[in-house]
Design a binder for this molecule. Structure first.
Ligand SMILES: *Cc1c(COP(=O)(O)O)cnc(C)c1O
Length: 412
């Protein structure tokens, strides 16, 4: 029975899938062109040791990222431990004590709480402890950036405006890359000396352009999400103006040294190949998300974005409405994972969260959310956040398994 329902959902979204195929082809062409122009070759895959002076693989990888994201410069490093680490590097790199950071998209992603330090018990070394101040401008109803309010909120000490492309784990639309254009223009014409940094996590290659092409001074993300293509084993990146990237590179290694040192004995093949695969992997993940949205719409459960909505990230939120459905859905996704399929997730008290959380992930690269994973807080309306999938076929099988497990538990 689920096979038929899945097939009919798949047929209903066929035109969306064709749009995704076209986009995958466009990004693949762009990446291929950069590899060819830069004559990427086996010698760029070799690992280096020690200082890594003259590490041609590292430098070429930076060059390819700059080409693909349309920027002057890039810093792509396995040493940047995660998306949060990349964001922290950028926030510290682009501000000095006395400067203010202003969020144009309301409250940022959870992990930035300790980095910025607004919580009750901020970790030592936060931005606030280091003399930066922080304010935020909420999004308008409907999730658009309130450009006039951001303009009005920028003060004499506001050196950095930050914005988050992805919905994160909120019931709000992700922001289309084009929407960063007017924000960047406003900042650069009315407030020269203030930069725009975009948290690009989960967004890469989902739309036709990137925020880095729309005037953002710096875009930041994780290599175990979209641009690593499921192959990069770890790392973070930033792309942007020469000056902004250099400041972050000075922060990563040392002032005056920047991107000129840094070795990686493991070599760079997985990073090049991962980027080459990324438009395809992202397409697989987005197709899985759209299929999930449509299946649950057919079951009269609300999804965000809806199956027909434009998308700017890989996250699919689904309002499951009951705790049993959320638990069984996540358990079903776990049961269908290639790794740790025998683990049965249960809701637990995760540090830093008020409600219990349930999480499902059985990934090759530990914690990689470009691979199929799912989680949700145990509170009404019991929203599941589903993201990733290395292959659409796996995404489809996992959805079927989750539906069966929900049905066996009497949840649907
Ligand atoms: C994942 C994510 C981060 C943090 O990245 P980690 O790699 O988990 O540290 C930050 N912002 C957004 C929007 C993300 O999706």
């Amino acid at each position: 029975m689920w096979d038929e329902k899945i097939l009919s959902a798949e047929e209903a979204v066929a035109s969306k899938f064709r749009e995704i195929d076209r986009r995958e082809s466009m990004w693949t062409g762009k990446i291929l062109k950069s590899f060819q122009t830069r004559e990427i070759s086996y010698r760029h895959f070799s690992g280096t040791t020690g200082y890594g002076n003259g590490d041609i693989g590292r430098d070429a990888l930076d060059g390819v990222y700059a080409d693909v994201f349309g920027t002057e410069s890039a810093l792509v490093r396995p040493q940047i431990a995660s998306g949060t680490a990349a964001l922290a590097l950028a926030l510290f790199g682009l501000t000095r004590p006395g400067d203010e950071i202003l969020s144009a998209t309301g409250r940022p992603y959870d992990t930035l709480e300790e980095v910025i330090g607004w919580g009750e018990t901020p970790a030592p070394g936060s931005l606030l402890e280091n003399g930066r101040s922080y304010r935020e401008v909420p999004l308008l109803d409907g999730g658009k950036i309130d450009i006039d309010a951001v303009d009005a909120a920028i003060g004499p000490n506001t050196r950095l405006v930050i914005a988050q492309r992805s919905r994160g784990y909120d019931w709000r639309p992700s922001i289309m890359p084009e929407a960063f254009g007017p924000l960047a223009d406003m900042i650069h014409t009315r407030h020269p000396g203030t930069r725009l940094m975009v948290d690009n996590c989960y967004g890469e290659f989902v739309a036709d352009v990137e925020p880095s092409m729309m005037g953002a001074d710096l875009c930041v993300g994780s290599l175990i999400k979209n641009p690593g293509g499921g192959l990069a084993p770890t790392g973070g990146y930033m792309v942007g103006t020469r000056d902004a990237v250099e400041r972050c590179a000075f922060r990563l290694t040392a002032p005056g040294i920047g991107a000129e040192v840094g070795s990686y004995a493991g070599g760079y093949q997985a990073f090049f190949q991962g980027l080459f695969m990324a438009p395809h992997t992202v397409a697989q993940a987005v197709k899985t998300a759209i299929l999930a949205a449509r299946i649950f719409e057919d079951l009269h459960l609300q999804s965000s974005p809806a199956s027909t909505d434009p998308r700017s990230d890989i996250i699919q939120a689904i309002r499951l409405e009951t705790p049993e459905r959320l638990i069984r859905f996540c358990q079903g996704i776990q049961m269908a994972s290639p790794i740790d399929s025998m683990a049965l997730p249960e809701p637990w008290d995760m540090p830093g969260y008020t409600d219990q959380v349930i999480m499902a992930a059985g990934t090759f690269v530990a914690g990689a959310s470009i691979e199929l994973s799912c989680d949700g807080p145990m509170r009404a309306p019991y929203t599941a956040y589903l993201q990733g999938s290395l292959t659409y076929e796996h995404g489809k099988l996992a959805l079927k398994r989750a539906l069966e497990h929900m049905e066996q538990g009497g949840a649907i």
